[in-house]
Design a protein around this ligand. Structure first.
Ligand code: HEM
Ligand SMILES: *[C@@H]1O[C@H](CO)[C@@H](O)[C@H](O)[C@H]1NC(C)=O
Ligand SMILES: *[C@@H]1O[C@H](CO)[C@@H](O)[C@H](O)[C@H]1NC(C)=O
Ligand SMILES: *[C@@H]1O[C@H](CO)[C@@H](O)[C@H](O)[C@H]1NC(C)=O
Length: 315
């Protein structure tokens, strides 16, 4: 009976591989140590540099929004091809070495088995958990793609987007406005450069220099950090006041007019999304539940068809 069940499960899992469907413990037989190896690499890097978790979370988001989660964000430019990571909104992308290190460890355990896309998805989960956020089981079985183009980055949502643009960008990828509100909570971690919110603090529109929906003291502090013709490339602002902790402070600040981007503020322009912001501001647990659900959905957008040996190089 057990053998029958086992062979049924095997047949079933092969069927799933065929359609590139994801499952928890996909590597249980082929690479049992993969999740520990990735976690180890993320922990080690974070101990040296507390900006690593934010970088990994954003990297995974970029990966999934362009050609599905296929590791395309990890590829280096080569020859006449300018890769995704060298496209315009790459200013905060960093810590690619963490994925390189994880991949190296995983290749030693089980050569040629685990995709770079899966390693990044696992690393993003670990990044959230390490920062005090929820931990969840990540379905794996993603494949790596062969295409990575700088021009594709125009498909990413911009921080200047209004609600209808955000809604369209997410719904094109099967993500709801509820998912949009929950995933925007990723902005509880990390740092933004001046260029990402410049539109709100200088020359906002014909009547206002500063976006009137912003808390004035908050706007003032951003204008100090980012003067009109800012030349300091590294200047900017923490995403929220506790930007190495995965908590619901982002939503609390948003309700006080202290959201950083127009795209954050846009969540308050519709009743349903505004109510969700209020709920997440009120309850860390509600935020975490919704975030996990939305992350699993976003990270199930698959695309590739192979397993790269070096995450930076398409062969
Ligand atoms: C809703 C649409 C989104 C827009 C328009 C957006 C835009 C941005 C921008 C402009 C930055 C700052 C880049 C810079 O100035 O350095 C940023 C940072 C960040 N975003 Fe988003 N984002 C969105 C959704 C997401 C999602 C879904 C996640 C993950 C769940 C995410 C996670 C992050 C993180 C962690 C950072 C900080 C990165 C770092 O410090 O290295 N964002 N985002
Ligand atoms: C880019 O390089 C590849 C080979 O390295 C070549 O096949 C292709 O034609 C080149 N494309 C352009 C637009 O130059
Ligand atoms: C971002 O793109 C610029 C050119 O557009 C490139 O010089 C730089 O290395 C890229 N940054 C990263 C982290 O890839
Ligand atoms: C959102 O932005 C788009 C593009 O700029 C614009 O066409 C649209 O009218 C805007 N929607 C709202 C509700 O402001």
């Amino acid at each position: 009976m057990a053998a029958l069940i086992a062979s049924f499960l095997l047949a079933f899992s092969l069927l799933l591989v065929g359609v590139n469907a994801l499952m928890v413990d996909y590597y249980a037989e082929t690479c049992p140590g993969v999740e520990e190896a990735v976690e180890e690499a993320v922990k080690k890097a974070t101990a040296n540099d507390n900006t690593v978790p934010a970088a990994l979370l954003r990297m995974h988001f970029h990966d999934c929004f362009i050609r599905g989660c296929d590791g395309s964000v990890l590829v280096d430019s080569q020859g006449n091809n300018t890769a995704e990571k060298d496209g315009p909104p790459n200013i905060s992308l960093h810590a690619f070495y963490v994925i390189d290190n994880a991949k190296k460890a995983v290749e030693e355990l089980c050569p040629g088995v685990v995709s770079c896309a899966d390693i990044l998805a696992l690393a993003a989960r670990d990044a959230v958990a390490i920062s005090g956020g929820p931990i969840w089981e990540v379905p794996t079985g993603r494949k790596d793609g062969k295409i990575s183009r700088a021009s594709d980055t125009s498909q990413l949502p911009a921080p200047t987007f209004n609600f209808s643009q955000l809604k369209q960008s997410f719904s094109q990828r099967g993500l709801s406005t509820g998912n949009l509100v929950a995933l925007s909570g990723g902005h509880t971690l990390g740092f933004a450069h001046c260029s990402s919110f410049q539109n709100r603090i200088h020359n906002f529109d014909a009547t206002d220099d500063v976006d009137p929906s912003m808390n004035p003291a908050f706007a003032d502090s951003l204008r100090k950090a980012c003067p009109a013709h800012n030349k300091v490339r590294s200047a900017g602002s923490a995403m929220d006041s506790t930007n190495t902790v995965f908590d619901n402070t982002y939503y609390k600040l948003l309700l006080q007019g202290k959201g950083l981007f127009s795209s954050d503020e846009a969540l308050l322009t519709h009743r349903k999304t505004m109510e969700l912001v209020a709920r997440f501001a009120d309850s860390q647990k509600a935020f975490e539940r919704a975030f996990v659900k939305a992350m699993i959905r976003m990270s199930s957008l698959t695309g590739g068809d192979g397993v790269r040996l070096d995450c930076r190089v398409v062969t």
